[in-house]
Design a protein around this ligand. Structure first.
Ligand code: SF4
Length: 425
């Protein structure tokens, strides 16, 4: 059985303790957040789509980790079989290190290896990942014509069915991988020794716990960090806060919650990878028919543009639209022609920016400046949820239902209203 894999190697580069804990105490890992699960799912979906770039390959993906040794043997058999021209997830093992190569394509007497990424650009971690795979393939004696990273092309515009040849871009990293071979070999030996230790290595917590990825053991390692008293009240710079107060005082206020969606692979003609679409909005206020309006296109994303006119019309009933979002919402609304000119942007009052500018501080906010933590810091009786849950429901990644997503949008609006009134009324 192998000791290292692509993921544990990358984890070990980030922190030796994280590697050790993953191998020896995996039950201490944090639960995956909805965002992380959605990210993994996205990577899997894009990886499967990439198979179409080199159609007709043999899928070597094992059904369970116990199948790895069998798949290693079958991969070698396929390398020797002239009838096999491509393999997906081919499994190789060298020096106790196992890798699964996303795409392996026969080119004469040699093979081209391709690692697929669901991103628009390539990060240093992707290069390290590719270098490890090259090291293993080279160690296994696979003659390589090239090693490439494949990623989504931000300039691709969908027209009709997805054209995978245009959707993906290929970048050779063969030279980099060759240069890294000695370094990789040294890293593999070092990390194998870490796994063989009788106890977890002593590693202090620090910035590396979040870079390049948030560690799976944050809950375990950070649990002994002295917690501030959760009942302590917040602090805020009131001078800066009130300097930002809406002026003149608005006669009518709407509370706006936008649901934006950025699919990795474009779904609608005329859109790019990760292009933003508005899947829905909730607007709460006295000028709405039932105290609130909800528009969404959860069931049919191609209708997303229709919501823009609806939102523009509804916003015209208010002097001020209050929201809470880390995005530059005025620019977003202008980009979608919802706000036609800069002056209309003054109708938008983003509590996220306002409270950050006024340096709202509370122990709860250490783990993130989000609506849930702010509500908890201010009111103690509010329990929200991950905002992303709404998006996940709305994109049907989990079949928990659209009705819940709509309710959640309105619940968030209620909290935004409560925060606004807390400070400005
Ligand atoms: S939380 Fe930090 S110290 Fe602990 S295993 Fe993860 S990266 Fe290492």
């Amino acid at each position: 059985m192998h000791i290292l894999s692509k993921s544990t190697y990358i984890k070990g580069l980030q922190c030796e303790k994280a590697l050790y804990m993953t191998k020896k105490h995996p039950y201490l890992r944090d639960k995956l957040s909805i965002e992380q699960r959605a990210k993994f799912q996205r990577g899997t979906d894009v990886g499967i789509l990439a198979h179409q770039y080199f159609p007709g390959g043999v899928n070597m993906a094992p059904n369970s980790p116990s199948q790895f040794p069998k798949k290693v043997v079958e991969t070698v058999q396929n390398l020797r079989n002239p009838a096999v021209n491509a393999m997906y997830e081919a499994v190789f093992q060298y020096n106790d290190t196992l890798v699964m190569v996303d795409l392996l394509v026969r080119e004469g007497e040699q093979w081209r290896a391709v690692e697929v990424k669901s991103s628009l650009k390539l990060s240093p971690t992707y290069y390290n990942d590719a270098a490890l795979q090259y090291y293993v393939l080279n160690g296994c004696g696979v003659p390589l014509s090239d090693f490439q990273l494949m990623h989504l092309d931000p300039d691709y515009v969908k027209q009709g069915p997805i054209d995978v040849k245009q959707l993906f871009k290929l970048v050779s990293v063969m030279d980099f991988a060759k240069e890294q071979e000695a370094t990789i070999a040294a890293n593999v030996e070092r990390l194998k020794n870490v796994v063989a230790l009788p106890h977890a290595p002593q590693v202090e917590i620090g910035p590396h716990c979040h870079e390049p990825y948030p560690c799976d053991f944050l809950g375990h390692c950070w649990k002994n960090v002295p917690q501030d008293d959760p009942d302590v009240s917040y602090t805020i710079d009131y001078k800066t806060l009130f300097a930002q107060a809406p002026n003149p005082k608005p006669r009518s206020i709407g509370y706006l919650n936008l649901l934006l969606y950025r699919p990795a692979v474009p779904e609608i003609d005329g859109t790019n990878p990760y292009q933003e679409m508005m899947l829905g909005f909730a607007l709460s206020g006295e000028n709405e028919p039932d105290g609130h309006s909800i528009w969404h296109c959860f069931e049919d994303h191609s209708r997303w543009h229709e919501g823009i006119d609806v939102l523009e019309e509804r916003l015209s009933h208010y002097d001020l639209a209050v929201c809470f979002t880390p995005i530059d919402i005025a620019s977003t609304l202008m980009r979608h022609d919802i706000l036609q000119n800069q002056s209309f942007g003054h109708k938008i009052f983003n509590l996220y920016e306002v409270l950050q500018n006024a340096h709202l501080l509370h122990p709860k906010l250490k783990s993130g400046f989000n609506l849930q933590h702010i509500a908890e810091a201010l009111f103690h009786d509010v329990k929200l949820f991950e905002h992303s849950r709404i998006l996940v429901e709305a994109t049907a990644l989990e079949l928990t239902g659209y009705e819940q997503a709509k309710d959640d949008l309105l619940t968030e609006n209620e909290v935004v209203k409560r925060i606004y009134q807390h400070f400005f009324r």
